[in-house]
Design a protein around this ligand. Structure first.
Ligand code: ACO
Length: 325
């Protein structure tokens, strides 16, 4: 049986120039490099310059991914941007990227699932391709989380950073087995009852302001390890793949302790976990494609290997996707 598969034909990333180290934060508030590093693994984060917008970061990552895929925007049918920090409440960042890429065909829209956004966007694009409605998609995760921080709340503002990552998907053929190249499956989950664990205390229909991020860190931690492990197991099982067969895990980069805890619960080799949290901090929907682009660029992820992407975020939302590279 021949099936349509979404092949990943390129990926790219962009980080703003300004780096804020833990020492920089310790100079501004009552915290320390030691506290941040031991609890989160984070050493530094990139922060957008004044006037630098989420769409600027998304556009730069899109250019990098298109160049890596060796294709032009005229080859793209759909742009989907995962973001929780759009330039404006509307229109979408995706349509801004569409205009600035000079794309005069197809369609573009944003997906909002906070830190799980890239997995959701990948799933949407994969399903558009699998149904034959489009042949190619640019999938972007882009965030300026620094703009959502309460800089007086040391328990949250030290965790986040800004950045963007992108992949280009293209329709290909497969036999319908786990040996196929491309996206083998995605698995999405949410539980809206967990709203209060992680949210922003503002919005257009409530305060009329952007608001600030609020989090119950310990509770998020507990749900993260349990739910991410379950999502990974669901994705592996959907394609009949054993956890031990997965070559690389590309997790959402929230906290090194969550990555370590998940690896332990899964019984996965920690050497197979791609970690960029030390250098990027938590970049929400951008973190998975940023980590992916890092591991592809440095040669760790190779054609034919099995790559498992996963994330959890506000909502709560969580999910996983399995790709044969
Ligand atoms: N520097 C110094 N001290 C701090 C800081 C800081 N930046 N932040 C909090 N503290 C203090 C607190 O005030 C508290 O002091 P007290 O004992 O005198 O009251 C103490 O440190 C312990 O605070 P806790 O909040 O209990 O710290 P905890 O050990 O739980 O660590 C953390 C906090 C790192 C956020 C942890 O809960 C965690 O990793 N949670 C996971 C959540 C996460 O990563 N979220 C990211 C977004 S969600 C996602 O992307 C999956």
């Amino acid at each position: 049986m021949t099936v349509i598969r979404s092949h990943v034909i390129g990926c790219g990333a962009f980080l703003p120039n300004t780096i804020v180290t833990n020492a920089d934060l310790a100079a501004r508030m009552e915290t320390s490099d030691e506290w941040i590093r031991t609890r989160t693994g984070i050493r530094q984060r990139h922060v957008a310059a004044p006037g630098e917008k989420t769409s600027d970061l998304a556009l730069a990552a899109a250019h990098a991914a298109l160049a890596n895929a060796n294709c032009t925007v005229q080859d793209i049918d759909m742009i989907v941007v995962a973001t929780t920090t759009p330039d404006q409440t509307f229109p979408s960042v995706a349509t801004m990227v569409q205009a600035r890429l000079g794309m005069t065909r197809g369609f573009a829209f944003d997906v909002q699932a906070v830190c799980s956004g890239f997995i959701y966007a990948l799933s949407v694009a994969d399903n558009f391709i699998k149904t034959g409605q489009i042949r190619s998609a640019l999938v972007i995760g882009a965030e300026t989380m620094s703009r959502l921080m309460d800089w007086n709340d040391r328990s949250t503002c030290v965790l986040f950073g800004d950045g963007a990552g992108a992949v280009v998907l293209n329709a290909g053929e497969g036999a319908g087995t786990a040996a196929d190249r491309g996206v083998l499956n995605t698995r999405l989950f949410s539980d809206g009852r967990l709203h209060d664990l992680l949210y922003v205390d503002g919005g257009p229909s409530t305060t009329g302001t952007t608001g600030h991020l609020r989090m119950q860190g310990k509770e998020v931690f507990k749900h993260a390890v349990t739910n991410i492990t379950a999502a990974i197991e669901a994705s592996a099982a959907a394609s009949g793949v054993a956890i031990a067969d997965i070559d690389w895990f590309v997790p959402h980069q929230a906290n090194q302790r969550i990555l370590d805890g998940t690896a332990k619960k899964l019984g996965a080799d920690p050497a197979k976990i791609i970690s960029t949290v030390a250098l990027h901090g938590n970049t929400s929907a951008a973190s998975v494609p940023l980590a992916l682009a890092t591991a592809v660029a440095d040669g760790r992820i190779k054609p034919g290997q099995l790559v498992l992407l996963e994330a959890l975020g506000g909502g709560m939302t969580w999910g996983a996707g399995l790709i044969r590279w």
